[in-house]
Design a protein around this ligand. Structure first.
Ligand SMILES: Nc1nc2c(ncn2[C@@H]2O[C@H](COP(=O)(O)OP(=O)(O)OP(=O)(O)O)[C@@H](O)[C@H]2O)c(=O)[nH]1
Ligand SMILES: [Mg+2]
Length: 413
């Protein structure tokens, strides 16, 4: 296991100890052990050496005394900072962005994820070629330990990287096109899209799985207690008997200080979010620092131009709390299946409006309408006349459009 020293700045906006703990977890994911942490209060990084002169000297001494293999900076370093720090330290220099991209690179399994992470890596590397030459040649490529897609050794030549970026962009466009075709088919059917978004490890995939359990579907997605368990978008249709259908998508989680190249490169994966009718902002209710996650989530939603899409905040991991929270928020437990019906109901009301009691009169020959009533509304009472059926149903307001020719009366519930 490589040994690392972590360095951050305390700019007074975010909580530095928490942020460095997160950096430690990112490092651990790449099998790097943290042996020391240093930080300094300052409004922004020193443009040359990240920390001030005295503090960086202190870190250097410690790194030598502790025999560190690597120094990890908690912010994305500029190319000139990397150049200066490379000369100063005798160890590898990497930054938070590099760790995040390395994790994604190790885990990318699908063609889309592979193309996206490769593009983000190349864009990240391009301006940093000079400074990172030593570190990268030691690492053998664009990832920390050059596994997975990073195995293709990066040619550390500017022109080659530019050529690779062009070709990746082309492949990604092609891939996006194929995926857009699938989406178009869905849009034609006008099924609303609900996206799960939020910080990594908040419980997005677990929430999707919970809702699949409610509708008795076994098309579960992967969930795990690690950073970035999900690296692609999964789409599932949620159709419960007596209710209209919607599409639920689960996607990659966010983290503080995502690399600049990231959101842009992952546009195809995150497409569903900016295209959704409703966003479920999944928040880890058991993490007392989740207000910090919210800052990040809101930032990324803004970058995705999704900040105006109606959004519901859902708090997970209720079972881990000692006391039941008294706030107005919806709290669920994916472990104990608490409040899942309430969550589903909230989604329906936000997509389809409030519930009404409606009376519909349908001639016997209108079989397709009768089938729709059976499938998508909750029938309270059925009676029959000579040539038609009378249905008393509970229905959502926006569904009335499909039944407007048959509507006799409505009543608020
Ligand atoms: N106790 C408890 N654990 C939960 C709950 N919801 C999710 N978890 C666990 O939290 C961990 C993370 O859950 P995921 O669903 O993988 O998280 P995610 O938001 O999809 O994370 P990324 O895919 O990394 O973005 C897993 O070990 C889940 O089993 C919950 O309500 N209670
Ligand atoms: Mg997930």
């Amino acid at each position: 296991m490589d040994k690392a020293i972590l360095i951050g700045i305390d700019d007074g906006l975010k909580e530095i100890e928490y942020s460095l703990l997160e950096l430690e977890n990112l490092a651990k994911t790449l099998k790097i052990e943290t042996i020391g942490k240093f930080w300094q209060k300052r409004p922004f990084p020193n443009p040359k050496t990240y920390l001030g002169k005295g503090k960086i000297a202190e870190v250097k001494n410690a790194s030598e005394a502790l025999d560190a293999d690597i120094v990890i900076f908690n912010d994305e370093l500029t190319p000139s900072q990397i150049r200066t720090l490379e000369k100063y330290f005798n160890t590898q220099i990497v930054d938070r962005s590099f760790l995040i991209l390395s994790i994604f690179s190790e885990r990318a399994e699908t063609k889309g994820a592979y193309l996206e992470v490769s593009l983000a890596q190349q864009k990240y590397l391009l301006p940093r070629l000079v400074g990172m030459r030593d570190s990268l040649s030691r690492q053998g490529g664009g990832t920390y330990n050059a596994k997975g897609p990073g195995e293709t050794k990066l040619e550390l030549d500017r022109r080659t990287i530019l050529r690779t970026i062009k070709s990746l962009e082309k492949d990604l466009k092609k891939w996006e096109k194929e995926n857009t075709l699938n989406r178009k088919k869905r849009t034609l059917k006008a099924i609303p899209i609900v996206s799960l978004v939020g910080y990594t490890n908040a419980g997005k995939s677990a929430t999707l799985n919970s809702l699949l359990t409610v509708i008795e579907s076994d098309k579960r997605v992967f969930e795990k207690d690690v950073l970035f368990a999900t690296l692609r978008t999964h789409t599932r249709k949620i159709k419960k008997k007596g209710y209209p259908a919607f599409i639920l998508t689960d996607t990659i989680g966010f983290i503080d200080k995502l690399p600049h190249a990231f959101v842009n490169a992952f546009k195809a994966t995150l497409y569903e979010v900016s295209n959704s009718d409703l966003i479920l902002n999944i928040i880890d209710g058991s993490d007392p620092k989740n207000y910090l996650h919210q800052i990040t989530t809101n930032q990324v939603l803004k970058e995705l131009a999704a900040e105006n899409i109606p959004t519901l905040e859902i708090y997970t991991k209720l079972d881990l709390l000692k006391e039941r929270p008294l706030d107005e928020n919806l709290w669920i437990s994916n472990l104990e299946d608490t409040n899942l019906d309430a969550l589903l109901h909230l989604i329906y009301e936000n997509l389809f409006g409030s519930s009404l009691l409606a009376t519909l009169e349908v001639p016997y020959q209108d079989q397709s309408i009768i089938a729709l009533i059976n499938d998508e509304t909750r029938i309270i009472k059925t009676s029959y006349t000579n040539n038609s059926s009378l249905y008393e149903v509970i229905i959502f307001r926006k569904q009335l459009e499909s039944f407007k020719d048959y509507l006799i009366k409505t009543k608020f519930l």
